[in-house]
Write a protein that binds this ligand. Sequence first.
Ligand code: NAP
Length: 319
Amino acid sequence: MIYDVIIIGAGPAGLAAGLYASRARLNTLILEKEKAGGQIVTTDEVANYPGSIENAGGPSLIKRMVDQVDEFGAERKIDTIKEVELEGEIKVLKGEKDEYKTKTVIIATGAVPRAIGCPGEKELVGRGVSYCATCDAAFFEDMEVYVVGGGDTAVEEGMYLAKFARKVTIIHRRDELRAAKSIQEKAFANEKMAFMWDSVVTEIKGDGIVESMVVKNVKTGEETEVFADEDDGTFGIFPFIGFLPATELFDGIIPMEGGYIKTDEDMKTNIPGVFAAGDVRVKSLRQVVTATADGAIAAVQAGKYIDELEGTGYAGDSK
Ligand code: NAP
């Protein structure tokens, strides 16, 4: 079977593309590695998505998006694509479970939080190490928390964590923050916030739960082991050191900038019939509202591309 559109990724960009494609009666498949949602499911308050006035969280917003694509008949499948052949009119996607053929591809693979990459980090995820303040802040009520990074995300999430924790220490590799001045001012004025400058985390230790970490001063080379308070027994470590676009699959095939896929304003990549939407592409604002807009544009353009290819009279679903 040859699909009209295969969308890789079921975050807001992929689901919006799925909605527009299936509603335009294109034979549509949405592929997702684990489960639908993308990064937004780790957010418990989506206050800036137009119409989200009841302050619905990420999971509820995604559930409604999924219900909507299901209603319009898009097929959804869990599989991890390992190899792609995108040149030619029929594109082939080779997954762990199956091989898929399609006339167009919409890449909506998003981005994932960058890990520190030190020993112990991976083993202790969900056991003191977390990349989602809104998901896990409540676990650290009246405890100590360390945030790694100096950008907007680190400082803003640090202040959010300070609503729960008794102290939040930002560990930054330089002696000044990258975050916007307005955000910095709020953080410096917050009594619960502390700063560990010129420092990086080189190891996280613990038997089933974070118990200590090694912090290195990059200027002096001195290493210090930070232990959990005896009464608490543990502390939180939240790395917020940027995001990595999920684009390895397209390395050397599609032009990128800083690992993000380059598209034109119609979401077209350099390969005819291949589009990219959402956080995965080069853009100035990575938000749910821009991701869904990208998805809609990509799906309409995919329809137009098929129309031109086959002369079917499709003109895009603009209603
Ligand atoms: P970012 O701006 O890229 O900042 C990443 C931070 O992590 C930097 O301070 C960087 O240090 C540090 N870092 C990077 N790699 C590291 C490593 N291996 N070890 C230790 N530290 C490391 O990322 P972000 O804060 O997630 O922000 C991403 C984008 O979203 C930005 O454009 C930001 O403005 C935007 N954003 C905006 C808002 C808002 O407007 N309210 C909120 C969140 C995010 P250096 O400073 O030394 O490079």
